[in-house]
Ligand binder design. Structure first.
Ligand code: SF4
Ligand code: SF4
Length: 364
C-alpha cells in the first residue's frame, strides 16, 4: 500500500521505528502518570478545598484532673475506662509545646479543676506561652472556692470561669449535684463576684452553666433571677446529653420564653440551645479547630468522641493518636485525622457523626 510505503520511508523498519514507538509510549505513560499525580493531589486530604484550607489547630481541651468531689447523676465520668488521675506531666508538655499557636485552652474534662494541686502553675505557664489574645478557661462546681482560691484564680490570669449550677432551689440542686451544698455554693459564687468588684478586676469573666434535665425544666426562669442575685450576667444552658430528645416539650418552650422575658428585664445574657430537631442544612461542626486530649494521652476530635455514655463501649472511642508517642502537630497532621476532618468540614458526615447533637448546636 502506498501509505505503508510512505511510512516505511519516513520511519524505516528497525531501530528508528522502535525508538519512536518507545518515545511515544513513554510520553503516553508519563502523561498518564502526570494525570494520576494531579488527581492524587486534589483528592488528598490536605488539598485546598475550593480555595480554602482546613482550619488549623487553635483550641485544646485537656483535663487537669479527672477526680471529682461530687457524683452528679448525669455525669459521664462514671464510665471512664482509664481511671481518675491528674494530668501527666508529659501530656501537659505537649500542650505547652503547642501553646504559642493556640487561641483557647480549656482545662476541662471529667473532674473538678480545683482539686488539682498545680492548677495555678499550669494557668500561669500557659499564659506566658500563649499568644496575647489566647484565653484559658474551665468549668467548676464552685464547691471548693475558698477565699485563697478566689484570690489566686483572679491573680493567675484565668480568662473564663463557668460555675455549673443546675438548680435554682436547694432541693433541686442537691438532688442533681450529689454531695454539694446549695447554700455554700451560692455563697462562694457571691464571694468571687464581690472580690472582683473589691479589687476592680475584670478577670476572670464569670458565667453560670445549667444542664437542662427533666426535673429542673421548671426552674429555668428562676435560675435567671438567681444568677442576677449572685451578680452574674451570663448563663449558658445546655441539655443533658442522654435525655435531650425527650426534653423537647411545651413545658420547655414556655420555660425558655419566660427565661427570655426575665433575662431582658434583668439584663442577663442567655445562651439557649435550639429546640430539637434542627434542619440538616443548618448543621456544622464546632470542633473543626479543636482537639480533646484525654488523660490517657489519646487525642479525640470532639467532646462527643470522648463521651463514654454516648459511645457505650470504650472500644468505640475515636482516637487519632496518643501524645505519649507523638506531638499534637504530628497527630493533627496525620493522614487519617486530616481525612476525617475533611469529611466533617465538607459535610460529607462520617458515620461517626450520625445523630451528633454538637453539629446541630443542641449541645455547646
Ligand atoms: S461536678 Fe462535674 S465532673 Fe464532678 S461529678 Fe458533677 S458533673 Fe461530673
Ligand atoms: S459532627 Fe459531632 S461527632 Fe462529628 S466531629 Fe463534630 S462534634 Fe464530633
Amino acid at each position: 500500500m502506498p501509505a505503508r510505503k510512505t511510512m516505511n520511508r519516513i520511519f524505516p523498519i528497525g531501530t528508528v521505528r522502535r525508538k519512536i514507538a518507545k518515545a511515544f509510549y513513554q510520553l503516553l505513560f508519563q502523561r498518564n502518570e502526570f494525570k494520576k499525580n494531579v488527581k492524587r493531589f486534589f483528592s488528598s486530604p490536605s488539598a485546598p478545598l475550593h480555595g480554602e484550607q482546613l482550619p488549623s489547630l487553635k483550641k485544646v481541651f485537656c483535663s487537669v484532673t479527672d477526680r471529682c468531689n461530687l457524683s452528679c447523676g448525669m455525669c459521664p465520668r462514671k464510665n471512664l475506662y482509664y481511671g481518675y488521675a491528674d494530668i501527666d506531666n508529659g501530656i501537659l508538655q505537649r500542650v505547652y509545646d503547642k501553646a504559642y499557636d493556640l487561641y483557647f485552652v480549656g482545662l476541662q474534662g471529667y473532674g473538678e479543676p480545683y482539686l488539682y494541686k498545680d492548677l495555678y502553675k499550669v494557668i500561669e505557664t500557659l499564659k506566658a506561652l500563649m499568644p496575647q489574645r489566647g484565653e484559658i478557661g474551665f468549668n467548676s462546681n464552685a464547691t471548693l472556692l475558698e477565699r485563697s482560691h478566689i484570690v489566686r484564680t483572679a491573680e493567675s490570669g484565668l480568662d473564663n470561669l463557668t460555675f455549673s449550677v443546675d438548680g435554682a432551689t436547694r432541693a433541686t440542686y442537691e438532688r442533681i449535684r450529689k454531695g454539694a451544698k446549695f447554700g455554700q455554693v451560692i455563697k462562694n459564687i457571691k464571694d468571687f463576684v464581690h472580690y472582683k468588684k473589691q479589687v476592680g478586676s475584670n478577670h476572670p469573666k464569670l458565667m453560670m452553666n445549667y444542664v437542662i434535665m427533666k426535673d429542673n425544666i421548671q426552674e429555668i426562669p428562676l435560675f435567671v433571677e438567681l444568677s442576677k442575685q449572685c451578680g452574674i450576667n451570663a448563663i449558658h444552658f445546655n441539655y443533658d446529653r442522654t435525655s435531650y430528645r425527650c426534653l423537647q416539650t411545651d413545658e420547655l418552650k414556655e420555660a425558655f420564653q419566660e427565661a427570655k422575658r426575665k433575662a431582658k428585664d434583668l439584663q442577663v445574657i442567655l445562651y439557649l440551645p435550639p429546640i430539637y430537631p434542627v434542619k440538616p442544612e443548618n448543621e456544622f461542626c464546632v470542633f473543626m479547630d479543636t482537639v480533646v486530649l484525654l488523660n490517657s494521652g489519646e487525642v479525640v476530635p470532639c467532646c462527643r468522641a470522648a463521651d463514654f455514655d454516648m459511645l457505650g463501649d470504650p472500644q468505640n472511642i475515636l482516637s487519632f493518636g496518643n501524645v505519649k508517642e507523638n506531638s499534637l502537630d504530628d497527630i493533627w497532621n496525620s493522614r487519617s485525622y486530616i481525612s476525617f476532618r475533611r469529611q466533617v468540614f465538607t459535610k460529607n458526615w462520617p458515620r461517626f457523626c450520625d445523630g451528633c447533637g454538637f453539629k446541630s448546636q443542641i449541645f455547646m
